[in-house]
Write a new protein. Structure first.
Length: 190
């Protein structure tokens, strides 16, 4: 299965040149946040694939689009691949504290157990000390890192820290988990 991941920065390739660049071959689109809903709809239409997403710190929390495709605090299955979404912000766009995240991740863990595991975790925030930045605003979450170690997904997909910030690489590893920054666009085979 080909998975297109996107976040934070709109890509003209996905709007105008998606066929030439073979993005229309993706089976599913995962968005790690901070993209306008109109853009998500256009990418979904161009690629002609289902889309699941989590919201980022710049998303409009008052508006609700694609409610059934919002993966925050859920474990959804698509073509036998189990995808869990972490919501990192409250309804006002405020980042959850580490304690708030731990509490919410405990509930998500029960859903993952009921689903008999997870293959991909989707989050806007990175893990602490793995793909994050040095400043407080771009620092990753220790609670998320603990959660990924506990659940051991094949992939952890995140956004927030754009690759053009020069602070990290696209793909890192954490144990047996491939950690992928979804900044702008990236496609991989599951």
């Amino acid at each position: 299965m080909k998975i297109l991941i996107i976040s934070d920065k709109e890509s003209e390739l996905l709007l105008k040149y998606y066929k030439e660049n073979r993005f229309d071959e993706a089976d599913v689109v995962l968005s790690a946040g901070d993209l306008p809903y109109e853009y998500l709809q256009e990418v979904k239409n161009n690629v002609n694939a289902p889309l699941f997403y989590v919201r980022g710190n710049h998303d409009l929390y008052g508006k609700r689009f694609f409610d059934k495709e919002l993966a925050e605090w859920k474990c959804v299955t698509f073509q036998n691949v189990k995808i869990a979404g972490i919501g990192c912000f409250d309804k006002k766009g405020r980042r959850f504290s580490e304690n708030e995240l731990r509490s919410k991740l405990g509930k998500l863990y029960k859903k993952i157990q009921n689903a008999r595991g997870v293959d991909i975790i989707l989050s806007h925030l990175p893990m602490k000390d793995l793909g994050d930045g040095d400043d407080a605003y771009h620092k990753g979450s220790e609670a998320i890192r603990e959660f990924v170690a506990k659940t051991a997904p094949k992939y952890f997909v995140y956004g927030h820290n754009h690759l053009n910030y020069g602070i990290n690489e696209r793909i890192l590893t954490c144990g047996k988990t491939s950690v992928i920054n979804a900044s702008e666009k990236y496609i991989f085979e599951y």
